[in-house]
Write a protein that binds this ligand. Structure first.
Ligand code: F6R
Length: 364
């Protein structure tokens, strides 16, 4: 079943161009470049607030989506991890859409949060990879990802497919809210349709990423940083590394480093900086320079232009394709996944079945 791949995780990382394309096909009408959602039995234009709840990697997809819903649709968004959401007193007002993101559709805390939101009168939407799952059965709107079965415990292709669905939903919401005209929607659709080819181009860096993993493998601690919609990628990179290589890692918002974490920086701690060209590039790079000034060993993940501008003094650079900022979180998922993957291979850990972890967490 693994074909030519050593691990399911590796196979699933490499499947991303195809499964993201598959997912986009079911949400995009090519002829008129519009987003098409499944039949709705509620008024999407009436949504006043969105509450996103999920766990782990799916939560990070929700964090990225918050930027999109706010930026494109101008709808206020709360994002929370399910195990916290349930035990505070979230204010859920009429007109609220509660959105649950889950590969398995069975995660106990997320499912319990869904039931809580149902009882509080929210419209329930789910982004799930398993269409027969409990969450899908209990939702008003099911938005399936078409990633296919994910076997590796560490989530990879489900994440990028979740992002594809969430971006399409943000575009649709922006359109029905009147924040986006037909041309604006067509632009978003065009950028989304560029994602599969850009994912393929990112995967072409596999060997380069494997050699950068040599710098990560001996480390005791690794930091990741990013800004805006790429900040959750820093969190995702750190989570992937922790769970499969057992190296301690943390992700931070670039601008937050100077408020404490910069004290960790020395020449023993590799720092992975996620900085695609775009509106936040300069700010991220100035944060990166603050790390370099303290002896930080920087691994810069950017595009050719970004590396030409800021690559000097980095211990390594990884060049991704130049992409529109909308799809950067999908494309930059690849280098953080592969960095973790190759580091784990160097360390000889059990990539597909990391210790202490289960694929579907059905306890609260
Ligand atoms: C990390 C990972 C987990 C899951 C989390 C939620 O690689 O796989 O953090 O993302 O357990 O699972 P789902 O998406 O099935 O609700």
């Amino acid at each position: 079943e693994k074909g030519n791949y050593r691990h399911f995780m590796q196979k699933e990382i490499f499947e991303q161009p195809i499964v993201v394309a598959q997912t986009l096909t079911s949400y995009i009408r090519q002829i008129d470049r519009t987003v098409a959602l499944p039949q709705l039995d509620f008024d999407l234009s009436g949504v006043k607030r969105i509450t996103i709840v999920a766990c782990g990697t799916s939560y990070y997809a929700g964090m990225v989506a918050k930027y999109w819903f706010e930026h494109f649709a101008h709808v206020p968004v709360d994002v929370d991890v399910a195990s916290e959401f349930r035990y505070r007193d979230p204010v859920l007002e009429p007109g609220g859409l509660a959105l649950f993101v889950s590969q398995s559709g069975e995660t106990a805390d997320t499912l319990a949060a869904l039931r809580h939101c149902r009882a509080a009168g929210q419209v329930i939407a789910v982004v799930v990879n398993v269409p027969t799952s409990s969450m899908a059965r209990e939702a008003d709107l099911v938005l399936p990802t078409h990633a296919g079965p994910e076997i590796g415990v560490a989530s990879t292709k489900a994440f990028t497919c979740q992002l594809a669905v969430l971006a399409a939903l943000a575009a649709r919401l922006a359109r029905v809210k009147g924040r986006l005209d037909a041309d604006g929607e067509a632009d978003i659709v065009r950028h989304l349709l560029e994602a599969p080819a850009c994912l393929t181009a990112a995967l072409d860096s596999d060997e380069a990423i494997a050699s950068v993993a040599q710098l990560i493998a001996p480390a005791r601690d690794v930091l990741y940083m990013g800004r805006g919609p790429d900040y959750p990628l820093a969190l995702e990179g750190a989570l992937k590394l922790k769970e499969i290589s057992y190296i301690h890692a943390e992700g931070y918002a670039s601008g937050e480093m100077k408020h404490g974490p910069i004290a960790l920086v020395d020449d023993q701690v590799p720092i992975v900086v996620i900085a695609p060209s775009g509106p936040l590039f300069d700010k991220t790079i100035s944060n990166m320079h603050e790390m370099q000034a303290r002896g930080g060993r920087i691994i810069l993940v950017s595009d050719a232009q970004g590396i030409a501008e800021a690559g000097e003094g980095c211990v390594a650079t990884l060049a991704m394709p130049r992409v529109h900022p909308l799809i950067a979180p999908l494309v930059y998922a690849v280098p953080v996944q592969l960095l973790a993957y190759h580091t784990a291979c160097i360390k000889g850990t059990d990539v597909d079945q990391p210790r202490n972890l289960a694929k579907s967490v059905t306890v609260e």
